[in-house]
Design a protein around this ligand. Sequence first.
Ligand code: AKG
Ligand code: FE2
Length: 352
Amino acid sequence: MNNLDLYAKGPQALCDQGVKEIPEAYIQPQHERPNSGKPVHGENLPLIDLSRLNGDGRNQVIEELRYACESWGLFHLVNHGFPQSSMDAMMEVGRHFFELPVDEKMRFFGTKASSETRYGVVNFNSDDNRVLEWRDFLFQPCHPLSDEIISTWPDVPLHYREIALEYCKNARALAVRLLALLSESLGLRDSFLNEAFKGHDQLMLINHYPPCPQPDLALGLTGHTDANGLTILQHDDVPGLEVLKDGSWCAVSSIPNALVINLGDQMQILSNGRYKSIEHRAVVNSDKTRFSIATFCGPSYDAIIAPAAELIKQHPTQSAEYREVVYGEYLGQAYARGLEGKFYINSVKIQK
Ligand SMILES: O=C(O)CCC(=O)C(=O)O
Ligand SMILES: [Fe+2]
């Protein structure tokens, strides 16, 4: 099958053709289909306001952060210092990328599940029988960067690379700041998590979910936890993100100018299970396109990630809950396995 045939099977092409029924390959088994995700009201889902860090509010913010990470693994973040102009520009140039003619987008087409720049239409390889997801995406490495890596990024639309470069730098600055705050919230020295991550690795994924004629049968993104350390998610105002909380899927609203931060598996390991990587997914709808930009911040590939000794001492059994992992290997195996709930993090849990 050539690339254009593959594109023709992708959700955007199907949407453009005006199909009324989605192909079988996109139909989720009954138990995976989106039910009407019980909405989480704003007051339940934690919202962290970083403007309160200066002065008297500081201890309270750290306390709220601890609560959010222990009970949710996800929170809205406002007054985060990420320039709005950079967020808006990235969303716009990302949108324009997906509007490009097929041949332009297909110049970046790739199927290999790796950290290389690629535009993906259908997310499985031939020996994988998974149900397809109703999205296409653009994936790119963002840190560490070199001219060679930047030269793999899309060179269209105009200014894509400079806008993306600025965005990646802003995301990295926020990640470094958040890791210091998360260290503090765990009672560790400020530099702990940033040091544990060594030089850091950062990837960006732009998800594009076209309207789907049968949204009750499909998913934009299967339920999964992020394999990295923490994810900075910017999404537009079209609903779609859901989190699994106490066994039910709950819709996460979009708050203007806010970012969604969710913890990945490495935070669960480093915190010896005190903080959780949260299972989440994206549902689709029948009339609106939805976009999200996920920045995955994680350790360097050669970093060895293990529960922090200080936190093991505080654990009821005073023992490690997870075995140590080399981050690059963990990520490689998580990619190979594909999205599957908490399967991969559970596989490195020490059986007692
Ligand atoms: O589109 C979303 O809201 C979720 C994206 C996501 O979870 C991911 O890219 O890992
Ligand atoms: Fe995710």
